[in-house]
Design a protein around this ligand. Structure first.
Ligand SMILES: NC(=O)c1ccc[n+]([C@@H]2O[C@H](COP(=O)([O-])OP(=O)(O)OC[C@H]3O[C@@H](n4cnc5c(N)ncnc54)[C@H](OP(=O)(O)O)[C@@H]3O)[C@@H](O)[C@H]2O)c1
Length: 326
């Protein structure tokens, strides 16, 4: 039998994937006991992420700030070192200034963002929808132009007050700019579009693509983790905010000590109807996932402090976990 010769398409897609930055899923989860499992079974809980089209828990300032900073900050670039070597020395400061991250989300997650934060500023927003009429694209582009006009107005006001000229005031008006928005019909199509819309390095002032974050919701996390067209041969990371309700008995916390072992096993803190597609059972399978320590996540993934121990914020306690697909 002749040896298996991969088709040009296979070679191309494997090579292309090796050159791409990893996909980073960023998610907040809380464990919810699995109603399908018999009560006596040791089945691990599911990871709740949403309820009734919104987040199951009250606003968590520390996590929202963490999400905004991590997804907005361009490098330290989450890139395979082979690519950096191929491309020569590290990007110059000028190039770094033109790098923008992408945040990919399902249409329902996009709609769940408060109108004034939509599209998420200073990031390329990619919305995934099956809509074939163009209505979602028109709406999202319209919202981008509204947000851009507000931004230009604010810059003009600021420069009028300070008397300083700003670069934005010289920019063409929002109508003439290409929106930093993509609407795609699937996650593979979104990744393809990103790759073809943005060069991997900034040249002649053109904007280039930094890191790619998948920000939800359940359907899009499922595409990322379960669709072989997306995940095969591609580095994948998960930055997970693990979240519990703050225990009523606050004595230990008052002393600055959270009862880690109790929190570890706490479930059903919030009502959830949307779930992360995989649970602890899969994440703890060392042949598939590697748990990445907080120092590595901080230093190599996000470039800022990460809390791996429980930390209280209002009604909840959170910690950040990192996982990398093996
Ligand atoms: N905890 C967290 O970190 C977190 C993060 C994000 C979201 N959430 C929560 O998650 C919930 C939303 O998640 P969800 O699963 O319901 O919705 P979603 O994944 O945000 O969006 C689903 C929509 O995406 C489009 N879509 C999904 N799969 C597609 C595919 N294969 N091809 C083309 N289009 C596709 C469809 O849009 P059309 O209907 O337009 O065709 C679909 O209705 C909300 O409660 C939200 O608050 C939580």
């Amino acid at each position: 039998m002749p040896p298996h010769i991969p088709s040009p398409t296979t070679i191309h897609s494997a090579a292309t994937k090796a050159l791409l930055p990893p996909l980073t899923l960023i998610v907040a989860t809380t464990p919810i006991s699995n109603p399908a499992a018999p009560p006596s079974s040791s089945s691990t809980p599911r990871l709740g992420i949403g309820n009734a089209g919104t987040l199951p828990w009250p606003r968590i300032k520390s996590d929202m700030r963490f999400f905004a900073r991590v997804t907005t900050r361009s490098p330290p670039r989450i890139f395979p070192s082979s690519l950096q070597q191929q491309q020569g020395a590290a990007a110059t400061e000028e190039e770094e200034g033109n790098v923008m991250n992408a945040v990919i989300m399902g249409r329902k997650t996009y709609d769940s963002l408060p109108a004034k934060f939509r599209p998420l500023p200073r990031r390329v927003n990619v919305v995934i929808s099956r809509d074939t009429t163009g209505a979602v694209r028109r709406r999202v582009e319209g919202e981008w132009r509204d947000a851009r006009r507000r931004e230009i107005e604010m810059e003009k006001e600021k420069s009028a007050t300070s008397g300083a000229a700003t670069s934005t005031t010289e920019d063409p008006e929002a109508e003439e700019e290409d929106p930093a928005i993509l609407v795609s019909s699937s996650l593979p199509a979104a990744l393809h579009a990103l790759q073809h819309t943005f060069p991997s390095r900034s040249r002649n002032g053109r904007r280039s693509l930094g890191n790619i974050f998948i920000i939800g919701g359940g359907e899009i996390y499922a595409s990322a983790l379960l669709d072989p067209n997306v995940s095969l041969g591609r580095a994948m990371r998960i930055i997970m905010t693990d979240l519990r309700r703050r225990p009523a008995d606050d004595d230990a916390q008052k002393k600055g000590v959270l009862v880690a072992s109790e929190l570890e096993h706490a479930v059903d803190a919030f009502e959830c109807d949307t779930f992360f597609p995989i649970g602890y059972e899969e994440l703890e399978n060392r042949r598939e996932w590697r748990r990445v320590g907080e120092e590595e996540v901080a230093r190599e993934w996000v470039g800022e402090e990460v809390w791996g121990e429980w930390k209280a914020d209002g009604e909840v306690v959170t910690r950040i976990l990192g996982f990398e697909r093996v």
